[in-house]
Design a protein around this ligand. Structure first.
Ligand code: ATP
Ligand code: MN
Length: 464
């Protein structure tokens, strides 16, 4: 198979391809025929946002057959000389002297004609939507963020571990958890223990978080992170919740809440810098067509220190704000997206680290503070998105952990191994979870989370 050069490598003055013969391969975005007998073809290969302008003179006899067949969506190989372009907005163009059509796309039915399509429509053609500017750019940024997260943790000596996707612990996701079973719902086992004949001979679930298992490895390797898919059967149709999403979860031995906050802050800042410096072309696109404020938000995050605010203070601020919220604020209640965004966008105008949440609001494993009313939890809120990170210092004291389990109605027998980590060489430790899709939403300004993952799963939707 002939291999072309990726179009991204042809742009830029340093490319050094000007005046040379090159081969490119990609998909036609548009084709325009001039009266002077020249075809202009915009060819995109997904390596970057920009398409390469291909110029083909109709006078060549061998083009007489192929050129009329080239339609939006067709796939081509083009060979020719790369020249610098006089046209506005493009540094180079390709003077074609060989064109090969791989696959035709019938303009009568190919859905991606040159016009703006709604995101709702594009979701129905998830097999074609990555060929659009927005979805292509979102996919490239998502790749950069994933790689950037690995780099961030690897550079700091963290070990990448893999926690199970099928788990037996359901502590966190009560009611929001997917069951894994091979039993036929149409033919349930007659009586007795329904799990006996099931695959694992016990209840099993899709993980809602790799944290508990990551703790095991943090208490052996010191600094670890897990990065994988997580599943929550949240029946909430919001623009920032998916039933299947990806989460990076670092877990650190000998880190207290303050260390945890510092790491989370460094991580978000680094991701903002990656977007500003390494995704400049896609960012420019998002700023122009999706969210005008995305760049200034990124700059704010990259430059300003985060505001650390205790939950109790945040509740006071919100209550005194005079702002009409759809959900009223009370100490002891969960903060909603509207409250989170108000704090980070209106009050502090920078990222906020909310800490020390009511004990009753948070899971059993978070470390109880000396006031005994709150736990050492932290949420990081960013402008535009709201909560992007949730984390905590974990309870390392055996007696307090057992008391917490009792209060929350969790049987220590079900978490024997988790309890034993507090019996054998327990140490203070902390960690957090950063949702990859929320991160991509934040750095691109894409309003709906369904556009930052290739195949979104939400209530009632699991196509493709
Ligand atoms: P929220 O309050 O926004 O529903 P949460 O408090 O349930 O989130 P955590 O359990 O703290 O979330 O999970 C850690 C991170 O995972 C969140 O900060 C967010 O970035 C991401 N996240 C959580 N739930 C979802 C979801 N359903 N879809 C996409 N990302 C999610
Ligand atoms: Mn949270």
């Amino acid at each position: 198979m002939e291999k072309g050069i990726r179009i991204a490598d042809l742009f830029g003055t340093e490319s050094g391809f000007v005046g040379k013969k090159v081969v490119v391969q990609g998909w036609v975005r548009t084709k325009r025929d001039s009266k002077a007998g020249i075809s202009f073809i915009e060819l995109n290969d997904g390596s970057c946002l920009r398409s390469l302008q291909v110029i083909a003179g109709l006078e060549r006899p061998e083009y007489a057959e192929v050129l009329p067949k080239i339609t939006t969506g067709s796939s081509l190989l083009v060979e020719g000389e790369l020249t610098s372009s006089p046209g506005k907005g493009q540094s180079v163009e390709l003077q074609a002297d060989r064109i090969q059509l791989y696959g035709w796309a019938d303009p009568a039915v190919y859905p991606l004609q040159k016009k703006r399509h709604s995101f709702e429509f594009l979701r129905q053609i998830a097999h074609l939507r990555p060929r659009t500017n927005t979805l292509g750019a979102a996919a490239r940024v998502r790749n950069r963020m994933s790689f950037g997260l690995h780099r961030f943790f690897q550079e700091r000596g963290f070990h990448y571990i893999n926690t199970p996707i099928i788990t037996a612990s359901d502590c966190e996701g009560a009611g929001e958890i997917f069951r894994v079973t091979t039993l036929d719902p149409a033919q349930p086992p007659a009586d007795g223990n329904p799990y006996e004949s099931d695959f694992f001979a016990r209840p099993a679930f899709l993980t809602v978080s790799g944290q508990l298992q990551a703790e095991i490895y943090a208490l052996a390797l010191g600094l670890v992170y897990t990065f994988g898919p997580t599943f929550r059967a949240e029946n909430s149709n919001t623009s920032r919740h998916l039933a299947e999403f990806w989460m990076v979860e670092p877990e650190m031995a000998f880190y207290d809440l303050e260390d945890n906050l510092r790491l989370a802050q460094d991580c978000i800042k680094e991701m903002a810098r990656i977007m500003l410096n390494e995704c400049a072309e896609d960012l420019e696109f998002f700023a122009r067509f999706i969210e005008p404020e995305v760049r200034s938000r990124l700059e704010t995050v990259a430059e300003s220190p985060f505001e650390i605010v205790p939950y109790t203070d945040a509740v006071d601020i919100l209550k005194k704000s005079g702002e009409k919220f759809a959900f009223p604020v009370e100490w002891g209640g969960d903060l909603q997206a509207e409250h989170e965004r108000y704090l980070t966008e209106k009050v502090f105008k920078r990222p906020v680290g909310l800490i020390n949440f009511p004990r009753s609001l948070k899971p059993f494993y978070m470390r109880v503070n000396d006031d005994e009313k709150t736990v050492a939890a932290m949420d990081i809120l960013v402008p535009g998105t709201g909560e992007i990170i949730g984390g905590s210092q974990r309870e390392e004291r055996l007696d307090v952990l057992l008391e917490q389990m009792k209060i929350k109605g969790i049987s220590p027998d079900d978490y024997k191994w988790y309890v034993e980590l507090r019996e054998f060489g327990s140490v203070p430790h902390s960690g957090f979870g950063l949702g990859l899709e929320r991160l991509v939403q934040f750095v691109t300004g894409i309003p709906n989370i369904r556009e930052v993952i290739p195949f979104p799963r939400t209530p009632g939707h699991a196509e493709f």
